[in-house]
Design a protein around this ligand. Structure first.
Ligand code: SF4
Length: 464
């Protein structure tokens, strides 16, 4: 059993201190941080797509230090993960944080499906790691979503991550305590026993500006926050950055979080400052800590740490609903009924379809008939029946199980479209199909299946 898992079992609040594999120096690693058990996490390709692999970076640190390694699915396939799992086992790494990851810096849109950058979804990564066995598996979750559909989509996917086998959850970096409380309430409401840790970071004005300038995915920095940080800097009160971080850690502990993931605080002098504030304020109760937090952030309405508009919802259009119903009827008739499956299996069992020309014509016919309707990219493993007939390939990351954490008020991280998972979540509510978005774990598409006919594959593999 990993040390991290045993801390969870003993209800010991712990601190995961995040290190980047792009650091060109090795920092001392603490095993106790402000009295809490501490361990290191190594993030995957944060600065560039070519950062050293976390597993290689971990070898620079003593074996005795407990480690949590990140594996981001960006630019990765299931085989990459399987290789990573083997290597991690050989290196006696027991704790993993499996995430889809943000947009690759060198993302290729590709002219066809084969050239496009691929992202291995966290849900599929968790399924594979669980099957492999022996790991304490963490997943990322972003509770800082302020449009109804994107928030619903996040929570629907969290159900799937838990069902796939997640042992613990680490939130996105964020400063809205109410959103953190909602995440915890969600776990309680659904009787999930997974431990949740909050990602925290001493937020300076420079860091806030950097995150805004570089549009760091899924992180909310509001104009009000910038104003407060700028005023503090001007008044020579920059150390409040660490006080605020200490308060957030103590608040999380009082709220019952299992710990925090401490980001951007790896230098000994930064850690000392943060620890000193934790020691100074740890005698306060939750009420007093929250009052101080509210006053430091100059919160008056409660909306200051949320983006504008703070909350809105909009129903799916009648066209979207009608399209769903039409495609549902067609799918049932041509793909799901016993007769359709029997006829399809009979037709595609013929060796005729092994011929190159026949396979090519079939693929072309499928693509022409589906591309204009749903944006089909001939993935070879049609998942429309599990995605409310919204093709997962129309997500730039090709995610089928739900959104990544990078949306902003329903907009895709890529910025060029509405997030298809928000569209799906909204539609699911209207047609009363949210269960499927919560329960159905959609398998990843093997590389060798891409560019083959999903019709043929469907009939030959589906059960009668
Ligand atoms: S999921 Fe279906 S519609 Fe989408 S690319 Fe794959 S085969 Fe085409």
């Amino acid at each position: 059993m990993s040390q991290l898992f045993s801390y969870f079992q003993q209800n010991k609040f712990c601190v995961l201190v995040e290190y980047l594999s792009s650091f060109n120096e090795v920092f001392p690693v603490k095993t106790v941080f402000a009295g809490y058990p501490a361990m290191m996490t190594l993030a995957d390709r944060v600065h560039s797509d070519h950062d050293m692999a976390p597993l290689d970076a971990s070898r620079q640190y003593p074996d005795a230090v407990e480690k949590v390694l990140h594996f981001a699915g960006k630019g990765r396939d299931i085989q990459d993960l399987e290789y990573f799992l083997q290597q991690a086992k050989a290196a006696d790494i027991q704790n993993l944080l499996l995430l889809t990851g943000d947009k690759l810096k060198e993302h290729h849109k590709g002219n066809d499906s084969a050239e496009r950058s691929r992202y291995l979804e966290s849900v599929n990564a968790v399924m594979a790691a669980k099957e492999s066995g022996g790991f304490c598996i963490g997943v990322a979750f972003n509770p800082f979503k302020y449009a109804e559909a994107e928030r619903d989509a996040q929570y629907l996917k969290l159900h799937k991550k838990i069902k796939a086998g997640a042992d613990f959850i680490v939130t996105q970096l964020g400063y809205d305590i109410e959103a953190l409380k909602q995440a915890q309430a969600f776990l309680k409401r659904h009787h999930y026993t997974q431990n949740i840790l909050a990602c925290v970071m001493p937020l300076s004005l420079a860091r806030a500006n950097f995150m805004l300038k570089h549009k760091v995915a899924g992180i909310v920095i509001t104009p009000h926050m910038l104003k407060v940080l700028a005023e503090e800097k001007q008044a020579g009160l920059s150390e409040r950055v660490y006080l605020r971080c200490a308060l957030q850690i103590l608040i999380c502990q009082h709220l019952g979080f299992a710990g925090v993931d401490l980001s951007a605080c790896h230098k000994p002098e930064e850690q000392m400052l943060l620890e000193s504030y934790i020691e100074e304020y740890r005698h306060l109760d939750l009420h007093a800590l929250e009052a101080l937090w509210t006053s430091l952030w100059q919160i008056k309405t409660g909306k200051e740490l949320m983006p504008e508009p703070a909350d809105f919802s909009r129903p799916p259009s009648s066209g979207q609903i009608m399209k769903y119903h039409q495609l549902h009827v067609m799918h049932d008739a041509f793909f799901d009924s016993k007769i359709a499956k029997g006829v399809g299996r009979f037709i595609f069992n013929s060796p005729f379809w092994e011929r190159r020309a026949a396979a090519k014509t079939l693929l072309k016919t499928e693509h022409i008939s589906k591309h204009s309707i749903v944006g089909c990219e001939s993935c070879g493993q049609c998942r429309l029946g599990d995605t409310l007939y919204i093709c997962p390939e129309t997500c730039p990351k090709g995610l089928a199980n739900g959104p990544c954490g990078g949306t902003s008020l329903d907009r895709c991280e890529f910025g060029d479209r509405e997030c298809i998972h928000s569209v799906k979540a909204r539609l699911a509510k209207a047609v009363e199909q949210t269960e499927i978005l919560k329960d159905k774990l959609i398998a990843t598409v093997p590389i060798e299946v891409r560019g083959t006919s999903s019709w043929k594959n469907w009939y030959l593999t589906s059960e009668a």
